[in-house]
Write a protein that binds this ligand. Structure first.
Ligand SMILES: [Zn+2]
Ligand SMILES: [Zn+2]
Length: 115
């Protein structure tokens, strides 16, 4: 009865490159990654870019599919919009793991600091 000692297969250890959000330029955690169609699918768009869920939602909160297809079908056009700029300035001040879920938590006063 010979038992084989199998070596651990280590080929699974390839770390994927971190994906950066084109809106806020922070790393996107896998569970917050969403694909945004630069031209909405409903308008025949096929090119997608990876964004944070929260950044993606913001885009669709500000712009209609018609506006996206016509005027805001590039990241630079999106970033030139004052409403997006305001959002980006805000989201950049958040930690990388920040998600929109945090907005649902109770408002805390500025005294709630942890070391
Ligand atoms: Zn983002
Ligand atoms: Zn989208």
């Amino acid at each position: 009865m010979a038992r084989k000692n199998r070596d651990e297969v280590s080929s699974w250890h390839m770390e994927p490159e971190p994906t950066l959000c084109l809106i806020c330029e922070r790393v996107i955690p896998d569970d917050q990654k969403e694909d945004h169609h630069l031209v909405p699918k409903s308008k025949g768009g096929k090119i997608t870019v990876p964004l944070h869920r929260v950044c993606h939602r913001q885009i669709h909160a500000i712009f209609t599919d018609g506006q996206l297809a016509k005027t805001f079908s590039t990241i630079s056009a999106l970033l030139e919009d004052p409403a997006m700029q305001k959002f980006v300035a805000w989201i950049k001040s958040k930690p990388p793991g920040f998600s929109d879920a945090a907005k649902d938590s109770k408002q805390v006063s500025g005294r709630n600091r942890r070391p």
